[in-house]
Design a protein around this ligand. Structure first.
Ligand SMILES: *[C@@H]1O[C@H](CO)[C@@H](O)[C@H](O)[C@H]1NC(C)=O
Ligand SMILES: *[C@@H]1O[C@H](CO)[C@@H](O)[C@H](O)[C@H]1NC(C)=O
Ligand SMILES: *[C@@H]1O[C@H](CO)[C@@H](O)[C@H](O)[C@H]1NC(C)=O
Ligand SMILES: *[C@@H]1O[C@H](CO)[C@@H](O)[C@H](O)[C@H]1NC(C)=O
Ligand SMILES: *[C@@H]1O[C@H](CO)[C@@H](O)[C@H](O)[C@H]1NC(C)=O
Ligand SMILES: *[C@@H]1O[C@H](CO)[C@@H](O)[C@H](O)[C@H]1NC(C)=O
Ligand SMILES: *[C@@H]1O[C@H](CO)[C@@H](O)[C@H](O)[C@H]1NC(C)=O
Ligand SMILES: *[C@@H]1O[C@H](CO)[C@@H](O)[C@H](O)[C@H]1NC(C)=O
Length: 635
């Protein structure tokens, strides 16, 4: 995917420096804007990604859209595998199980989410069996050539009358040569009453982030922790909406024991397990210290089905139930349910978004006419402290509600929207819930039918995002936060690119994209207030925002250079910051405008921090190259 360009050395330079004088006050604003994360099940980013489960298709979950299958499974030797809907299933949520039949040693093998990472660490597994069996099971991790990497014997507790869960651990002695490994579960058919047994919910976890059972993959959580997002928008995105009304994301089918979660057809071409459910999202927020921005279903599906006004109450009530489940005391109906599931302490929810992109899928008329208002009124009445957000800004937003704006575009258009928020009102907070440069400049802007979307964020795109984000930071009183979307992509099965983090089954190959480096730099240099600046030049090719972090008294300059033919010399002064003041100047560049951080590849973003000192008049003098992103902070 890497396009190599020959670059001429950038020797040319602007004659006179761009002078920027930052005042102490007058026209400054208080920052609300935070950098956050956005998540939904897409690109196998949850199942097969962040969610640490290693077994793909662990419970043969299916739907009308994606029928149950034996995907990822195969039989050992001459074993025959068949899907069955038994009259006494494991649970109503998981009606389909697999029957394994044969002679001698039989069993089934799982290919994982396109491989399984095997290294010396503890793997925790379990499976359910139905059938009388007087022998032992063997659970193993195998290499692609069949070499046993770890194995354990599990004595049978199975009988013909009920489903019995069996647990085991595996501890490989060595790291496998690659991740092309499988999991196998075998038994001796001659000791099973009719030569066959039924299995369901076969699961295997490596160690997880914070050691949470049913938890998250460590390397991906580490990449998020290092980014330091301040909020999480979930559970979507299109995935919240579902393809049909019936296919919507139903919060109460994502909680409780795994055997009671039916899973669902995602909006993204595969069935999900709902292993990451509502509680896992909240624990994820807890673990990374993120503010939850909860999206509730708003009565619109992606196919354009809309709930009529007279039937909307049920869904409004369901959203209230969901909020009560998360925030209610243990004396409320749904708060009690949360407590029963091990979380007596209520969570705090300050933001609720009603739907996703309700201006699309023919949803805008009904959203404006009755859908948004109904949710807004009910949520505000019961929870006056919650900031309700509309999922679009293509309408007159009532009362104190806010909106959500999404932008996917080519780099030139990202840059052209630098001024977009200058005329917005500060009393209606806006979330930038999905932002990304998605395909190279092509003269026509984004074309959704064109499949030329970049596989990974690439350097020009990242710089253009920086320019757009600087425009947002200049209006940081009007904007609650901004996030790249989508966030994660399993390179072995994805539906949308580019994303912030890309990965495969090998944690050592996870790619923190060029845009990850942008978000990380801007996020880690938070200003509490912007400060007004006057300049010798108009914006472009240099774009910037100036401000201060009142907590540390550090003055901050964030900038990006886009479309320059030469490096841009800058002379920057802050009122009240005198001669000799020291500052750190960090500049991000890449050797090639189309550099991308690829899965398994090296980091192409150069980050260079230098110490500089203010001159006689308190000026900081430095040069910023074309296609660079920079942050200066005074010490
Ligand atoms: C912003 O300006 C106001 C008055 O205009 C001043 O009181 C306040 O201290 C300024 N904030 C900062 C961070 O300088
Ligand atoms: C199990 O039931 C589902 C519907 O509930 C059906 O779609 C599927 O074909 C059935 N599978 C088998 C193996 O009978
Ligand atoms: C992985 O193993 C399978 C056999 O189990 C083989 O067909 C495939 O080529 C292997 N892939 C790699 C990348 O080694
Ligand atoms: C989920 O909530 C809806 C609305 O209250 C209810 O109709 C449905 O039965 C619930 N489902 C489960 C599995 O509890
Ligand atoms: C809906 O809003 C998004 C921004 O959130 C915008 O990109 C898109 O063009 C809008 N679609 C329509 C049909 O108005
Ligand atoms: C960048 O430069 C090209 C070529 O001069 C021009 O077509 C384009 O509009 C410029 N983009 C921006 C955002 O200024
Ligand atoms: C997609 O990219 C190819 C190769 O770069 C190009 O030939 C084609 O015109 C592009 N399609 C669109 C719709 O831009
Ligand atoms: C400067 O940046 C633009 C994009 O902003 C890029 O298209 C152009 O090639 C760069 N110019 C040079 C001389 O590197």
């Amino acid at each position: 995917m890497l396009r190599k360009y020959l670059l001429l050395p950038l020797l040319a330079s602007y004659g006179a420096a761009v002078t920027i004088s930052v005042a102490k006050s007058g026209g400054n604003v208080t920052t609300n804007l935070q950098y956050g994360a956005m998540e939904e099940e897409i690109n196998h980013c949850g199942d097969g990604g962040l969610y640490a489960e290693l077994i793909r298709n662990r419970a043969f979950q299916g739907s009308e859209m994606y029928p149950s299958s034996l995907d990822a499974w195969s039989g050992v030797g001459h074993s025959s595998l068949s899907l069955k809907n038994l009259s006494d299933p494991l649970s109503t949520a998981l009606p389909t199980s697999v029957n394994v039949k044969g002679k001698g040693t039989v069993g089934l093998v799982n290919a994982g989410f396109w491989g399984i990472d095997v290294r010396p660490q503890k793997y925790t597994g379990s499976f359910y069996v139905k059938g009388s069996y007087h022998g032992t099971f063997t659970a193993s991790l195998l290499s692609s050539t069949g070499k046993v990497l770890a194995s354990t014997k599990v004595p049978s507790k199975g009988n013909a009358h009920e489903w019995v869960q069996h647990e085991f651990v595996l501890f490989p002695k060595k790291k496998a040569a690659n991740t092309n490994n499988t999991f196998s579960l075998t038994f001796d058919a001659s000791k099973a009453s009719d030569g066959s047994l039924d299995f369901n919910l076969i699961s295997l976890f490596p160690p997880t982030w914070n050691d949470r059972p049913n938890g998250m993959r460590k390397d991906l959580m580490q990449a998020l922790a290092d980014l330091g997002p301040k909020f999480l928008r979930f559970p979507g995105g299109s995935n919240l909406e579902g393809q049909t009304i019936e296919g919507r994301w139903k919060w109460n089918e994502t909680i409780g024991p795994l055997k009671d979660r039916p899973g669902r057809a995602t909006a993204w071409l595969y069935e999900e397990t709902s292993g990451i459910g509502l509680i896992e999202y909240m624990e994820w927020c807890d673990d990374l210290n993120m503010e939850p921005i909860l999206a509730v279903w708003s009565g619109l599906s992606l196919s354009g089905e809309v709930v009529p006004e007279e039937e909307l109450d049920f869904y409004v009530q369901d959203a209230l139930n969901e909020i009560e489940f998360l925030t209610g005391s243990v004396h409320t109906e749904y708060g009690a349910l949360r407590a029963k599931l091990g979380h007596p302490k209520p969570w705090k929810i300050r933001y609720v978004e009603v739907g996703n992109e309700d201006n699309l899928s023919d949803g805008l008329d009904s959203y404006k006419a009755y859908r948004f208002q109904a949710f807004y009124d009910a949520i505000s009445a019961k929870y006056p402290d919650i900031q309700v957000l509309a999922s679009t800004i293509d309408m007159t937003i009532p009362g104190k509600a806010g909106g959500d704006y999404h932008l996917y575009d080519v780099p030139d258009n990202m840059v052209k929207q630098f001024n977009m928020f200058d005329n917005f009102r500060p009393d209606q907070p806006i979330l930038l819930g999905e932002i990304a440069a998605t395909e190279p400049n092509n003269g026509v802007g984004i074309n959704w039918d064109d499949k030329n979307f970049s596989l990974y964020p690439w350097w020009i795109g990242t710089v253009s995002e920086a320019v757009f984000l600087l425009g947002a930071e200049r209006n940081a009183d009007k904007i609650i936060g901004t996030t790249y979307a989508p966030f994660l992509m399993n390179l072995d099965s994805y539906q949308w690119s580019p994303t912030l983090l890309s990965f495969n089954s090998n944690p050592e190959e996870t790619a923190r994209s060029t845009s990850w480096h942008l978000y990380s730099l801007f996020n880690h240099n938070h200003m509490t207030n912007t400060l007004p600046a006057t300049s010798s030049d108009d914006f472009g090719p240099l774009y910037y925002v100036t401000g201060v972090d009142k907590k540390t008294d550090s003055h901050i300059f964030k900038a990006a250079v886009y479309n320059s033919t030469a490096e841009v010399p800058v002379s920057l002064t802050f009122e009240g910051v005198g001669r000799g003041t020291k500052a750190d100047l960090t500049i991000l560049t890449a050797a090639d405008p189309f550099d991308m951080n690829e899965v398994g590849g090296e980091n192409m973003v150069n980050s260079k921090t230098t110490k500089i000192k203010a001159g006689k008049k308190g000026e900081f003098s430095f040069k910023l190259p074309n296609l660079s992103i920079a942050v200066l902070t005074t010490n």
